[in-house]
Write a protein that binds this ligand. Sequence first.
Ligand code: ADP
Length: 603
Amino acid sequence: MNSFRVRLTLILIAMIGLAVLAAGIFMGKTYRDNHLEALQDNMIREMRLILDDMDLKQGNPDDLYAYYTNAAKHLKVITDSRVTFIRADGLVLGDSDHDPKTMDNHSTRKEVVEAKKDGVGHTTRYSDTIKENLLYVAMLDHPEDPNSDIIRLSLSLKKADESVQRIWTALLAGLLILFVLAALISYRVARGLTRPLEQITRVSKRIKNLDYKARVDVKSNDEIGELGMAINAMADSLQVQMTRIHQNERQLGTVLDNMINGVVMIDASGTIVLLNRMAEEVLGFSALDLVGHHYASAKQQYELSQIIQEALDCREHLRDEVTFYFPEERLLDLNLVPIFEDNDEFGGVLLVLQDVTAIRRLERMRSEFVANVSHELKTPVTAVKGFAETLLGGAVDDPETARSFLQIIYDESDRLNRLIGDILELSKIESRRVPLQFSPVELSSFVNKTIELMSAEAVRKQIRVSATVEEGLYVEADEDRLRQIVMNLLANGIAYTTDGGSVSIVVEPVHDPNLSLDEHGQENYEHIRIHITDTGMGIPKKDLPRIFERFYRVDKARSRSSGGTGLGLSIVKHLVELHKGTITVESRVGVGSTFTIELPVLQ
Ligand code: ADP
C-alpha cells in the first residue's frame, strides 16, 4: 500500500484517538468530581444532623475518650462512615475505628486546617491505617468559632473508585469501538484523497516507461483534477512529439539504409555511433559489432583508422581513395566531413564511403579503349598517307607500281572504314541506343539464309559449310542482331580455317528434365543452343579468356590478313547478352574451335 495513504490514515486515526481519549479523560474526571462532591454534600448534611443532635462534652480528655469513642462507634453504624471527634487543638477524642489514645495529633491534617479556616474542610488521601483511598470531610461544631471542636467523617472511596473504574471500562470499550470505526473511516477518507494521486503516479510511471498512451482518469474540479489534466496534456504533447520523432527516425533510417554510399558516424570521442547497411557491406562488419566501439578497436585497415584520427584532429573535410583488401579487394572513396552541433561544438565526423572500384575500372577501360582505337586507326591512316606520298613523289609515273600502291591504299581505307563501322556499332550496342526488336524467328530457314550470305566467302576458301537444325524450332530474338551474331561467328570460322576445311552449325533445344511434355507429346524447352564448329587452327588455352575483349587478337598479322578488326567477338558477346543469353568457347590448337550460344526461347 502507498505509504502516503498509510501516513494519512495514521495521522487521522491518531487525531481521532487523541480526541476520544481527551473526551474520555474529561468525562471520567468530571464524573469522579461530581461523585465526590455529592458524597461530600451528603457527609456534611450527616455531620450537621449529628452536631445538632449531640452534646459535645468538654473536660479532661481521659474522661472523654470513652464517651466519644462510643458515640463514634454508634454513629458509624448509622452513617456507614468512620467517625472521628477532634478537639480544637488537634487531639483526637474519639474514633469509630481506632483507639484515640494511640492516634497522632490531627491539627495539621489538611481537612482539619481547612475546617478551622472555612468551617468545612475536605480531602482525599490514602490511608496507611486501612490501606485505602479515603474521603475525609471535617466540620467545626460552630462554623464561626475556629476554636470549637471538630467532627470528621471519612468514607472509603473504594466503591466510588470502583464505579469510576466501571465508567472507565465502559468508556474504554466505547473508545475502542470508536477508534476502530474512526480507523475505518480514516482509511476510506485517506483512500479517497490518495487514490487520484496514486493513479496520477501510476500514469506518470507508465509515461516514464515510454507508454505515451497512458492517461489519468480524474474528473474532480480541485487541484488534483488540474494536476491530472496537466499530466494528460503533457502526455498528449509527448505522444505527438514521439510520433513525429519516430516518423523522422523511420524516414532517416529508410534513407540511410537505401543509400548507395556507406555512412559511418563517429562521435568526438572516436566512438562509432551509426553505421548504415551499405557501410556494413563495404567494410564487411555488421553494425552490431561496430556501433558503440571505438573506431580504433574495430579491426579496420590502418589507413582508415589513420584518416579518421586525422579528421578528428583537424576537424576539416578530408578526402582520399584507399584500396581495401577485406572482405574483397575494392577501391573506396572516403569522404570525412566534420560535424558541428548547434552550439558550434565539435560533434564528430561523418564518414561517407563510396565503392569506386567499378567506376575506376570503367574509366581505365575507357581510356585504354581510346588509346587502342587511336592506335588501330593510326595504322591504316599511316599506310594510306605513306603510299599516297610515295605516289605523289613520282611513283605515279610507273603504272604497275602505281596500281599496286593504289590497291593497298584502297584496302587500307576499306579496313579503316570497317574499323570505324565496328567501333560505331560497338558503341551503339554498349550505350543501348538501338533497342532490340524481338519477334519469333524460325531457326531452320534463318540458318540456311545466313549460310547463303556467307557462301561466296566459303566458296572462295573452298570451305564446306553445313547446318543441322531441328525442324520447327523457334526463338524470340531480334532477327537482324541474331544474324549479325551468327554471321560473325561463321566469318571467324571461315577466316581461321585453312582452305578445304569445314564449318558446321548445329541448333538444338535444351531439354529441361523438370518440364512436362506439351500437348503434342513433345518435350518442352526454355532454351536453345547454337554450336558453330570449325576445323581450323584453334585458339591457345591462355588466350581463351581474353578473345571477347575489344581489339584482342591471338595473332595480329593473321587477323589483319583476314581483314579482322578485333572487335567482332566483343560485338557478338554484347549482342548475346542483350538477348539474355551466354556464349562460351572450346578450342584445341590445330583441331578447331566450337563457339556455343545459349539463348532463352522467350524474352
Ligand atoms: P577479328 O576481327 O580479329 O577476328 P574477333 O573479335 O572476331 O576479331 O576475334 C578475336 C580473336 O579471336 C581473333 O583475332 C582470333 O585470333 C581469335 N578467333 C576468333 N574466332 C576464331 C576461330 N574460329 N578460330 C581461331 N581463332 C579465332
